[in-house]
Design a protein around this ligand. Sequence first.
Ligand code: ADP
Length: 621
Amino acid sequence: MKGQETRDFQSEVKQLLHLMIHSLYSNKEIFLRELISNASDATDKLRFLALSNSKLYENDSELHVRISINKDNRTIKIDDNGIGMSRQEVIDNIGTIAKSGTKLFLESIKANKSNDKLIGQFGVGFYSAFIVSDKVSLRTRTAGTSLDEGVFWESTGEGEYTIADVKKADRGTEITLHIRKGEDDFLDAWNIRRIVSKYSDHIALPVEFEVQDKDNNSTKWEQINKAQALWIRNKSEITNQDYNEFYKHITHDFQDPLIWSHNRVEGIQEYTSLLYIPSHAPFDMWNRDHKRGIKLYIQRVFIMDNAKQFIPNYLRFVRGLIDSSNLPLNVSREILQDSKITKNLCTALTKRVLQMLESLSKNDCEKYKVFWKEFGLVLKEGPAEDNINQKTIAKLLRFTSTKNNTSEQTISLEDYVSRMVEGQEKIYFITADSYSAAKSSPNLELFDKKNIEVLLLSDRIDEWMMSYLNDFNGKSFQSVSKIDDSLNKLLDKEITEQRKIEKELEPFIKRIQKSLNNRVKEVRLTHRLTNTPAVVTTASNDMTTQMAKLLSAAGKELPDVKYIFEINPDHSLVKFISDIKDETNFNEWIELLLEQSLLVECGTLEDPNKFILRMNKLLMS
Ligand code: ADP
């Protein structure tokens, strides 16, 4: 053949194909859904481009995908008259995967037995053909090109493929699957009809099946799906299964979504939206090249995929579509970016998603737990990003706390406020590197004693999120590692007694100050601690340790954090130190006390060895 060459698949594709061929799929028939979805996308693209260039139709504007079976050759053919592909596009689209992190992800699937679920996160698309085939051939030609610009592609899925130039009369893509031995079910006409109506009833593209015409001993094409876009139909006619299948069709996800919201809005802004929340996060959600956004249709015509202008970043897990009647058909990404209509639609869809989540949180605790586990970290970006909806977002947040014996985040701020004790004015929280570090912080001692709940935050984003959350139901947030007057009211000791002790120990405090010179911002007594001799805290207007860590990880230059060194006068170690007469010995003990406090607060010390040497010396003295 002209221009024939054999090329290697990219190593990620090889890995994926190996998985496709060798893993035991419980649901093999989905290959047909994936290929019909691709055909539907290809015809959508053509219809859109033909809006400004009707020549692309090549005198055939009836879009369809056709399926035929040849039992003798053991093949199924899936033939669409969509946009087609050029030689380079075939190489780029079918020979390579451009998503970053793919390699690592595929390794993790290989190591995992239940790879059905995992592969669903990836979206295998075209490659699913190899689940049932031992050879796949493809002929394709881009709409509007000359007949000899066709491309032939073929592979057995084992590392390489052949590509060549061919003549192709009709535009579009024709895929021939050579069905593997033992998969004969897929050569059965009724089975194929069943699969198509199960998965593809709700896509707008007609799926036609080749049948015998008994009258004149020839074949004809019979439409076997409803071919009516799902979102246009009346809600009352659509079953849950229809919604689920449509979701899988547009996302290539193998699992059902968690929840959806389908709405038609009339008036000045006319649109239909169908928004889904998936039941699991895609493998590349945190990668820079993660494709987010929804499908944009204008007056039923597909315009673009991954339109991110309609959904804010902190809701980037939302999938689905919007079909607008107000946007112009010739819209571009640039116009969308600046359009007032887009902004209004984004505001409306954001509200819709938040409502959907609110109702899920109220009506289905278990599903909400799944949502939070998968996407909670993304939603936590909300308070900073969306000031207008901050109150609603705050209601959706989930935490763990000192009242929860697990790191699982299940407590809402409403739960917390309903459990506040008498006289408690604020919502207390602590941020730390890990759940266990937060849970064992000495700063919680007073709260435990007073039976006051403290939210334990240990996700990296938490400190940043809390700096944007102003209040909840009129109650402000207070970090327990920052000095705050509200705490004094909770103390057992009367203020006069506190002052008395402070007066008595003034020389001791001065001595510590002298010993540490200017290394801490202030030394003072605290009455909040029980089991811990000392802690370091930050002043209410200073940067917290967690924020400093966050900024430093982001490569920002930091102002020097100077701590307040707080001493517990009731602790026996403190009493012991205050009695030490020898200045050198006293200084050593104070250093050790400070090092201990810094270790608890920061999780690390600048010079751990110095600390250990000092401790050992004091232990042996
Ligand atoms: P996805 O559809 O998720 O992008 P696939 O592996 O199924 O992944 O397909 C990769 C790309 O190949 C598609 O994005 C599309 O550009 C192209 N492609 C696949 N099938 C067709 C088709 N029938 N017609 C035109 N292009 C196609």
